[in-house]
Design a protein around this ligand. Structure first.
Ligand SMILES: C[S@@+](CC[C@H](N)C(=O)[O-])C[C@H]1O[C@@H](n2cnc3c(N)ncnc32)[C@H](O)[C@@H]1O
Length: 433
């Protein structure tokens, strides 16, 4: 069997690419399609996600076990060894099956000379696993598989909640759907799902949402092609209501791609929406999403920090700034954030967020409302960012969002896993004379 059809070998190659800096999402969608069998695809996806999620634990474990370091060109073998440990420790596959299939995967990678090493190392782990795990659990970074800078930031920003955040980041997220009310009600769609044998429930604090406990291929659900629903976490589904939309308003979604919140805005009210994004490569996906849902917006490529390039000079009634951020609130969905984000990135992101807030503020009309959102849990990007903004602008007034979340300066914060939702921050700012 070549790597092309072996889910473990493919996952090892994909994981090595993620560790080298590629995005997990991009690697996953480029690779999963190479597997015809649905069970192989599910195993590949589970291995890739759990491998990235637990890399910072099991990669360190390998250092202690390898007699000689592996060469750079054998990064796939290193990833395969991590996946061997993930199979027995996290996915809880049978020890024997996991070891023999992982040895076989070394051959599928066309590296049969490593079969003996893979076999010996995994068997040694199984003999010594208790002591090895105890050693890894003594250090916070290997116990939680998070980088030390992030653990320190969480402990500083959320001293009471840090342990719960770290634990939640290591659990897979449920599947949230946002029902397109222009097509069907959530109750009506829940009935269609029940008929199709798919269990779901209506969560308390997201009125357009249905929650599925396990992940599945949503393109196979009833109504997908007809735009009955979209996939969107419950926390992200709060933005449209916080904008307090009215028919006829001019609304700007300043960082819109791939269009999740733009679509919800258009499903919620008959507004005139400008959907802007600086990355033109992300706009086709935004357009496709709107089209499938039967929605229309003025979609533009442009830098929100330089409005003179794209703004017609007519004030907006509502602005949504879903700002580029550290994504530290969505680690359970994108575990590669733990591998790719660096401490230095945060200050650079804060500068961008500040520039965007200041550049967009003049575009808001009097009496208008700006919603600032991030999928970050870090105070520098959230409470401190908005508090500093309010200090710079005398005509800006913070309005506490009415969500049952943690108070965070002028805004509110959900922490990962709370109410089943992602970590998310919202602040509302209104413009006065
Ligand atoms: C958090 S994502 C937005 C997600 C989107 N609001 C949704 O709900 O689907 C941030 C987006 O900001 C865009 N972006 C980053 N810097 C920008 C800028 N200066 N102007 C406009 N868009 C920007 C990125 O290309 C990215 O698509």
């Amino acid at each position: 069997m070549s790597a092309g059809a072996n889910p473990r070998a493919l996952a090892a190659q994909a994981l090595a690419e993620v560790v080298a800096g590629k995005s997990l999402r991009a690697v996953q969608s480029a690779t999963a399609a190479r597997l015809d069998d649905a069970r192989d695809r599910a195993l590949f996806t589970a291995l890739l996600h759990e491998g990235a999620r637990w890399w910072l634990r099991f990669d360190v474990a390998l250092d202690a076990m390898l007699e000689r370091p592996l060469r750079e060109r054998d990064a796939d073998i290193r990833a395969l060894l991590v996946l061997g440990l993930v199979q027995v420790e996290i996915l809880r596959l049978s020890d024997y099956a996991a070891v023999s299939a992982t040895v076989e995967a070394a051959r599928a990678l066309r590296k049969p000379s490593f079969a003996g090493l893979v076999n010996a190392l995994l068997r040694r782990w199984l003999r010594e696993r208790e002591a090895c795990n105890a050693r890894l659990d003594r250090d916070a970074a290997t116990a939680t598989a998070h980088p030390p800078w992030l653990i320190a930031s969480l402990q500083s920003d959320w001293p009471q909640e840090a342990a719960a955040i770290l634990a939640a980041n290591n659990r897979a997220a449920p599947l949230w759907l946002r029902i397109n009310r222009r097509r069907v009600t959530p109750a009506g769609f829940a009935a269609q799902l029940a008929e199709a044998g798919v269990a779901c429930r209506a969560p308390d604090d997201a009125p357009d949402a249905l929650l599925l406990e396990s992940s599945l291929d949503v393109t196979g659900l009833p109504g997908y092609a007809q735009g009955a629903f979209a996939v969107q976490d419950g926390a992200a589904q709060q933005a449209a209501a916080l904008l307090d939309l009215r028919a006829g308003q001019r609304v700007l979604d300043a960082c819109a791609a791939p269009g999740g919140k733009s679509a919800h805005i258009l499903e919620s009210a008959d507004v005139r929406l400008t959907a802007l994004d600086a990355d033109a490569r992300r706009l086709p996906r935004l357009r496709e999403n709107l089209q499938r849902l039967g929605l229309a917006a003025d979609v533009r490529a442009g830098d929100a920090a330089t409005p003179r390039d794209w703004w017609d000079g007519v004030a907006f009634d509502r602005i949504l700034l879903d700002a580029p951020c550290s994504a530290t609130g969505i680690i359970r969905r994108q575990p590669d954030v733990k591998l790719h984000r660096r401490a230095d990135d945060i200050s650079a992101l804060c500068v961008t967020q500040e520039r965007l807030l200041d550049a967009l503020w003049p575009l808001l009309g009097r009496g208008g409302r700006l919603v600032y959102a991030t999928c970050s849990v870090l105070a520098d990007e959230n409470a401190r960012q908005v508090d500093a903004f309010l200090g710079r602008h005398a005509d800006a007034r913070g309005v506490q969002p009415t969500l049952p979340w943690h108070a965070a300066g002028a805004g509110v914060q959900n922490l990962p896993g709370e109410s089943g939702m992602d970590g998310f921050f919202y602040a509302l700012v209104e413009k006065h004379n």
